[in-house]
Design a protein around this ligand. Sequence first.
Ligand code: FE2
Length: 310
Amino acid sequence: MSERSVNIQELTEHKLLWGDLMWVKKSGNSTRVGSCGEFVDLEFVNKLVEKEATLEMNSYINWKLVNEQLEVFKKLEVATNERERVELRDQFWIPFSSTFLGSEEGSYIDWFTICYRSFYELPKDIEDIYYLKNSDALKRSMALASMTTLLAFAMGHMNYSFLKKLFNSCLVADLDFVNKGMSEFHLRDLEKQRVEQSSAFESQLLKQFSHHGANVDQYLDQVTEGEFIFKHLVKLHHENLSLGNGPEGLWSSEVGDLAHIMSFVENLIPYVDFDLRKGDATGLLTDYISKLRGFERLKAMMRLEVGRTA
Ligand SMILES: [Fe+2]
């Protein structure tokens, strides 16, 4: 962990907190005013700054890893041929697999920061819906979007513009649910089903929201120029592909690899607060991932795709 002071410009530019934001009082006591992985509450922080508050960030991030990967995605944005893109994917794959399929460097917050700084482009009116109705849902959507986009890149979807649209599509996947009143209670219910690996939306309470992925076309049009593929993917994000009993009732063999990634990540990311600093240094995440539905298929596909570097 490293501590350093931060200013309001820095926070405005990079709203996703890369550590815990502390308000240090004149007495020397400090209070946490934002947690790692949340969006900073700029209005509140501005009020503190007006009172000449000192702000410090207790950062848990591995900046070396983050900066190297930000470079990879910058180069991907301007890459002009497939060979270049494949080489950039190789540079990404080794640290990514160390974090999530091995037991070495990296953590969730490193990779979420990389994705936020490389792909995030949510229109202000959509941000405001989250801020006004359920900001916890935005934090969870950031996690869903990051892991989906990174796995898509790992599996050979290497066009920067496509990945950016995929990332921002994931950010609006639950917006209909949020609009209709997704509460802390819904989040806890979803988490219970996720941990038990039961079929999503089994409870009466959630049945009414089962098709929320099919009701966000207006938001998807804002972030994807209306391309069908993103509407299709978001619609399928709760499919239970191994049992065929998700909202659309589709089976594993009936969808493409991106829909597999979406439903896999939907199962991976907790709905409740989780420690973004942990990464997989303990091996717990690897162990958890390996028990998830669809993991063997994903692993097999990734090995095919990255066989040259594995
Ligand atoms: Fe959802």
